[in-house]
Design a protein around this ligand. Structure first.
Ligand SMILES: Nc1ncnc2c1ncn2[C@@H]1O[C@H](COP(=O)(O)OP(=O)(O)OP(=O)(O)O)[C@@H](O)[C@H]1O
Ligand SMILES: [Mg+2]
Length: 226
């Protein structure tokens, strides 16, 4: 199974930055890699369709030729709110079948598919559809945990890692992204994460003013791809 499911300790913690950096890291190793954002809330109207910035960034970071927008992001929900609410507002019903079809199309033309999840691990995709269900339906790709390095992240990271494992999924590792440049004791915080998380650290992204995924790829060790 050459897919990776990227989850995070919360929304806004660096999942897109890490996912796009992982895509560049895989491509730098000569692999064909494509990104996917199965369900995105918060879209703008472009080229006659609703499009989301994360999905566009994932497409741009992936190998060429780029797939159609809707293959990368089957459910583009206009409102920037929880997927269940955004889907209701758009009179749409999120279901697994279109996601599996799109993922299969991406997998057929790449060595790796990097799937960015929605918010944190326990944010449902829809009423009765957990992200854990999607990961199972995708054939159980390994899960990469993005830890937004800020105060409180140790708790969120441990809770998320425990739940991913309790849901029956495997953790490929975790990557920290420093989202709070003012955090004190950053190194000690990362030391504790290294000690307490049940999976290896595959990278730490320092805080930078304009993060560039192509440059940050060098900070990531894609050991899951070996
Ligand atoms: N290491 C970093 N240095 C500077 N800014 C960062 C860093 N990591 C993340 N950010 C910034 O934090 C914001 C949130 O990051 P990102 O969009 O990757 O989070 P996300 O987890 O994908 O969010 P969402 O849940 O909305 O998909 C972005 O503006 C991003 O550029
Ligand atoms: Mg994102």
């Amino acid at each position: 199974m050459a897919s990776l499911y990227v989850t995070g300790t919360d929304t806004g913690v660096g999942k897109t930055l890490v996912s796009t950096s992982v895509l560049h890291a895989l491509r730098a190793r000569g692999l064909r890699a494509l990104g996917m954002k199965p369900v995105a809330s918060g879209c703008v109207r472009r080229d006659g369709q609703w499009q989301n910035d994360d999905a566009l960034a994932l497409r741009t970071a992936g190998s060429t030729p780029w797939p159609d927008y809707t293959t990368i992001n089957p459910f583009a929900l206009p409102e920037a709110t929880a997927p269940e609410i955004a889907a209701e507002l758009a009179s749409m019903a999120v279901s697994l079948a279109p996601l599996l079809a799109a993922h299969a199309a991406l997998a057929a033309r790449s060595d790796w598919v990097v799937v960015e999840g929605v918010g944190g691990w326990c944010a449902p995709l829809a009423a009765g559809i957990e992200q854990a269900d999607l990961v199972s339906a995708l054939g159980k790709p390994q899960v990469l945990l993005v830890v937004g390095i800020r105060l409180g992240c140790i708790n969120h990271a441990r809770l998320t890692a425990r739940t991913v494992l309790a849901d029956g999924h495997a953790l490929a590792g975790w990557i920290g992204s420093v989202i709070d440049p003012a955090l004190t004791h950053r190194e000690r915080t990362c030391d504790i994460l290294r000690r307490e998380l049940p999976a290896p650290c595959l990278g730490l992204l320092a805080h930078t003013a304009s993060p560039d995924p192509a440059a940050l790829a060098a900070q990531i060790v894609p050991s899951f791809a070996r």
